[in-house]
Ligand binder design. Structure first.
Ligand code: ZN
Length: 246
């Protein structure tokens, strides 16, 4: 079993709940789709935990890039830019090095599936519309690619025989079988800053043997994470949005 985590955004309160879930089920295989830091108040603790996990693969996200290289945050909103600068100033030498060494997607995890931060076409692209998904399906081999960046859980399902492409919102907790012959672009949602109006943290489990995925939504200490952001002097909007899941 692989746990697919994306957009953790230095949210230690959320990550702790994910790690407890994994420990209880003795799951030790983690794949991380990028944006480990940025927005949240605990970049070093989050990175310490993630390094300890020894993920199968961890990709670079646009915030990881911005937090390690000056001049990479020009497209960010003022709160995001301030958070990137704040993070850059506080990262330990080990954690800075770890972030700088993260590979750029798309990559393949064994023979099982591809991964990308934004899209297999471009790590910074937002994969929201079917027309963008069609281009993205051309950019990877095999039947399955996980992506993040939009913070919206769900998946595109392409059936080339029937000529259909649909976005699906799976029910949390239910296993979804990937149909042989169809192709999938799957977003596990965001651990650290959900944006689908559901404040519960979001990630997915993938069962490579039975080719099925499960969306997992869990409650965590949203108030604690918000308080930490305010205490750190980061923009209050970054604290508030956690409560709305926006
Ligand atoms: Zn993100």
């Amino acid at each position: 079993m692989d746990l697919i985590l994306s957009d953790l955004h230095a949210n230690l309160h959320a990550l702790r709940v994910v790690l407890r879930h994994a420990r209880r089920r003795a799951i030790q295989r983690f794949v991380i789709l990028g944006d480990l830091v940025g927005y949240g108040a605990n970049p070093n603790q989050v990175l310490d935990h993630l390094r300890e996990l020894r993920p199968r693969v961890a990709l670079r996200g646009n915030h990881d890039h911005a937090c390690t290289e000056e001049g990479q945050d020009l497209s960010f909103s003022p709160p995001a830019r301030q958070a990137a600068l704040w993070t850059r100033e506080r990262l330990s030498r080990e954690n800075l090095h770890f972030l700088q060494e993260l590979p750029i997607g798309p990559l393949y995890v064994g023979d099982d599936y591809a991964i990308a931060h934004g899209s297999p076409v471009d790590e910074d692209a937002y994969l929201l519309h079917p027309r963008d998904a069609l281009t993205a399906f051309e950019a990877f081999k095999g039947s399955l690619c996980f992506f993040g960046h939009t913070h919206l859980p769900g998946f595109f399902e392409l059936d080339e025989v029937a000529g259909t492409l649909q976005w699906q919102n799976p029910q949390p907790g239910e296993w979804v079988d990937l149909v042989p012959g169809r192709r999938y672009l799957v977003n596990p949602g965001s651990v650290g800053q959900p944006r689908d109006r559901d404040p519960r943290l979001s990630f997915m489990a993938f069962d490579p043997r039975r080719r099925r995925v499960r969306l997992i939504r869990l409650e965590y200490d949203v108030r604690g994470a918000a308080r930490a952001i305010l205490k750190a002097g980061l923009h209050p909007h970054l604290a508030e949005r956690l409560g709305f899941g926006m």
